[in-house]
Design a protein around this ligand. Structure first.
Ligand SMILES: [Zn+2]
Length: 355
């Protein structure tokens, strides 16, 4: 059933969009999110692998499973998606006889005769069209939406195994007209471009991990790489002694009213600006408006940011509960009796869905 297409010399390819069965959506590649760990489960029936062993003497499916998991998980350990999520690959390969029935909810890989030399043409996945393509790449969600069907030679080297599982994680080929696309030389989704020796490893870089994450955000609402936007107000007073020429020693009462907004990036970095109005109604010279940029980080309890009311110290702590955060800031010393509160709410957290 596999239509062979000759494209490149080494041809580790996804043969796309040629045979279009009435695709039924079933279990395919699935995702489970828990505590910022995103487990990608790939279930594949491997037809014709029932009597085959890998070079380590173990069943062939166990050998392939270990290569795919170890290689992708090493990259996932190194590069958290969006600096926020740890991806995990869980491969479930089952060896089946060549004539076994198809099972819905599992990808299907047909083992073909061992190949020699550099002849790896026509290896890969065919079948379902991409209905959710990522612009500018071959990436998309079809492996999450459908069972895929592919072929692979019994002696495919690890680089080809890793590449083909990359397709089941949402990645397309990083090549065009037999050449690696810009900046992708030496990375694993270039597949069979000229000059690649599939018996040597190819790299999984941060871009590939982020691209897998991008595809997962399309099918799993709990995963998001968006920036959270917060806004709020602050209110308070500053009471302090001072000397005013025509009045002598006085105590000033200044009210503090402000607005602020800040963004929380997926890596937890906070950047914002606040505008504070001071009304020193009983003391000339202590009124005005001061814009202040501030920055900080997400913490276990909320946010810790630098001074965001001009003239006070820092850092300032926000305690967060859901999509609201609040705090107080107080300085009591000989020069100042400062006290203010601040309240903020997240304006897009339903959408960003970060916790
Ligand atoms: Zn490919």
């Amino acid at each position: 059933m596999t239509r062979r297409v000759r494209v490149t010399i080494l041809g580790v390819l996804a043969v796309c969009g040629v045979l279009v069965p009435a695709a039924r959506a079933s279990a395919r590649t699935t995702v489970v999110v828990k505590d910022k760990v995103v487990t990608i489960k790939v279930s594949v029936d491997v037809f014709g692998a029932d009597a085959l062993t890998g070079p380590d003497g173990q069943p062939l499916v166990d050998y392939w499973e270990k290569i795919a998991e170890d290689t992708w998980n090493a990259a996932f350990d190194r590069y958290p998606y969006c600096n926020r999520y740890k991806l995990r690959l869980d491969v479930d390969l089952r060896a089946r006889s060549r004539d076994a029935d198809d099972r819905a909810g599992r990808h299907r890989l047909h083992v073909t005769a061992p190949r020699g030399g550099t002849d790896w043409q026509g290896v890969g996945w065919n079948g379902v069209p991409e209905t959710n393509p990522q612009p500018g790449s071959g990436d998309g969600t079809r492996s999450f939406n459908n069972d895929r069907v592919g072929t692979i030679p019994a002696n495919a080297p690890p680089t080809i195994i890793v590449h083909e599982f990359g397709h089941l994680l949402g990645l397309g080929d990083d090549r065009k007209d037999g050449v690696a696309t810009s900046g992708r030389d030496g990375t694993v989704m270039v597949g069979g471009v000229a000059g690649v020796d599939p018996t040597k490893p190819l790299r999984i870089d941060k871009e590939l991990v982020d691209r897998i994450g991008t595809e997962i955000t399309k099918i799993e609402n709990e995963v998001s790489c968006k920036v959270a936007l917060w806004e709020g107000t602050t209110h308070g007073t500053n009471i302090f002694p001072t000397f005013i020429a025509e009045r002598g020693d006085v105590v000033c009462h200044v009210t503090v009213d402000g607005r602020f907004n800040f963004a929380v990036a997926p890596d937890g970095k906070v950047t914002g600006t606040s505008t504070t109005q001071y009304d020193g109604y009983d003391c000339d010279g202590y009124s005005g408006t001061t814009p202040t940029p501030f920055f900080g980080n997400e913490t276990a309890r909320g946010f810790s940011v630098s001074t965001f009311v001009a003239g006070t110290g820092g850092p300032t702590q926000f305690r967060r509960t859901g999509d609201r955060a609040h705090g107080t800031y107080a300085v009591h010393n000989a020069d100042n009796d400062y006290e203010y509160t601040f309240d903020a709410h997240c304006v897009n957290c339903d959408d960003v869905n970060v916790s």
